[in-house]
Design a protein around this ligand. Structure first.
Ligand code: AVI
Length: 327
């Protein structure tokens, strides 16, 4: 017997989003927030990025979950609920689901994601493949998704935040989100966080600037969206993709760089944006962590690290966080 519920909590405030895009493009260091990557095309492109040979993150995390899924599930009581922030295709989550279904007869899984299409598709695929699974899918940003953690009273919960999604937050914001999650948890709950590690730029930069140009297409999709959704006139040929590792800060920075001086008209925003040759729009940060930085992140948010696993090449970490009693 299977069971499916779907909640749509994506309340796009179009006017506020437009204002944010205008402010970002007119700033002295132009920027567009990375959440705008994820329209259906961007979601599909991200899914393809995860399978690229250079994008080691997904493979490394899958390796860790495959090695430890039984140990993980075995440390929870029966009728534990799984909640996942940024579930995407949930392909790695299958390993965790399978571990739990070897231990308990039924499992409730609450995936939360801003990609409505991917969320629905992956939920239906999971329901087809696992008879004893109940799926409560929530299309939402993390903040709204947190409500569903509070709603899941009763048995213990395992909250998943995989794929180094934490990396797309500034370090202080990541700590703040984790602290909010901590407040919604009981002492019996745990949080599993996949975090990419600091490493050589020779490995990091190709992961964000792959030979097939998939990440470049993902990045340029921001301009495609502005052209389509806001009657923009970006000439895609005149913006190149750049991904650099800022070693001091420990993050990959992605940009779209204007290759010539130009003015771009965005009709629906009543905006004309001017770019000099070489001027860049900052589109994403992807923070990498040292072990000391993971410790500090967990501690500041009121957690202690209960278990920590790595892939064989030591590129990626999966961390089981336990709430500290008096945090
Ligand atoms: C979703 N997020 C964890 C990805 C990352 O690695 O920062 C997004 C991404 N951007 C370019 N490639 C992948």
């Amino acid at each position: 017997m299977s069971d499916y519920r779907f909640f749509d909590r994506l309340r796009a405030d179009a006017a506020a989003e437009r204002r944010a895009i205008v402010a970002g493009l007119l700033a002295s260091a132009p920027a567009i927030a990375p959440k705008h990557f994820y329209d259906p095309v961007g979601c599909a492109l991200f899914g393809a990025i995860c399978e690229l040979p250079e994008y080691y993150l997904t493979r490394a995390e899958r390796e860790i979950l495959a090695a430890h899924n039984d140990e993980l599930a075995g440390s929870f009581p029966n009728s534990t609920v799984l909640v996942e922030f940024g579930s995407g295709s949930a392909s790695k989550t299958r390993l965790i689901i399978e571990g739990f279904l070897r231990n308990q007869n039924r499992l409730r899984y609450v995936p939360i994601d801003i990609c409505r299409t991917v969320l629905e598709e992956s939920s239906l695929e999971l329901l087809r493949d696992y008879l004893n699974l109940e799926v409560v899918a929530v299309a939402a940003e993390y903040r709204e998704g947190l409500e569903y953690v509070r709603n899941e009273a009763g048995g213990s919960k395992l909250l998943l935040w995989l794929g180094s999604n934490v990396g797309n937050f500034h370090r202080a914001e990541a700590g703040e989100f984790l602290r909010n999650v901590r407040v919604a948890m009981t002492l019996a709950d745990r949080m599993l966080v996949g975090i990419d590690l600091r490493k050589d730029r020779a490995i990091l930069e190709p992961a964000y600037d792959d030979s097939q140009g998939m990440t470049a297409e993902f990045n340029r999709n921001l301009l495609v969206r502005i052209n389509r959704e806001l009657s923009g006139h970006f000439d895609l040929e005149t913006f190149s993709h750049r991904a650099v590792y800022n070693e001091r800060i420990g993050r990959i920075e992605m940009y779209l760089v204007s290759t010539c001086p130009q003015r771009v008209h965005i009709e629906d925003l009543h905006l004309e944006v001017q770019f000099t040759a070489g001027e860049a729009i900052h589109t994403e940060n992807s923070y990498k962590y040292s072990l000391a930085e993971i410790d500090a992140l967990a501690a500041a948010a009121g957690f202690q690290i209960e278990r920590q696993w790595f892939d064989a090449e030591g590129r990626f970490s999966v961390n089981v966080l336990a709430p500290k009693p008096h945090a």
